[in-house]
Write a protein that binds this ligand. Sequence first.
Ligand SMILES: [Zn+2]
Ligand SMILES: [Zn+2]
Length: 216
Amino acid sequence: MTGVCLVCDHESPRHGCDDCRNRLITLLRELEHYTVELLPLMLQPARGQTGRMSPGYGSRSPGSDDVLSALDPRSRPGDVDEDGEAILRRPDDMASWQRSLPSSTIGIAGWIAEERGELAPKSFGGSLDYIRGHLWWCAGREDFAELYGDVAELHSQARSLSNDRPQDPLADCMDVTCDGKVFEGGYKKPARCGTCRRVYEGLDLVRLGVAEETAA
Ligand SMILES: [Zn+2]
Ligand SMILES: [Zn+2]
């Protein structure tokens, strides 16, 4: 059987090619790094701020409430739909949607486990291991691109929360009539072309990265 990878459109015997599985492994590793190491640091009071206020009081960096809710392992309203099913995509009518990084990751692993008829991992770390361990299986499925897009979205949310953004343009705009460059949007804003303002999210963002890598 020969076909194309559903993420990057390159020839691949499986729905997800080797390169995209490797990219996904990198995204998961960085997601773990942001969630476990970088973001918790942002919740500590800024260094050098002493005084009468108790520690952690009023001296946090802007956006720390968003960091707090992104690290919150509990499901919050908005994470589930009216039937109690986890929402895996950003609803169209919401401009910004803060997802819980641990519970969304546990949700992805839970979905894979359900499809495989296995017991779902309960912890964030266990879920990352479980997803990594089943990437080959996932790459054989027609919804591989959705899994990829979902992880990529969590990864970009984590990255923009931790302000670890590349300053250089991400890539050339994919619009054939535009010769602009796409920039990371920054805090709570999607990546955009600086010229035509086209927004890059989800799979578009993935394809942009893949196109740039191939051109380099
Ligand atoms: Zn691919
Ligand atoms: Zn453009």
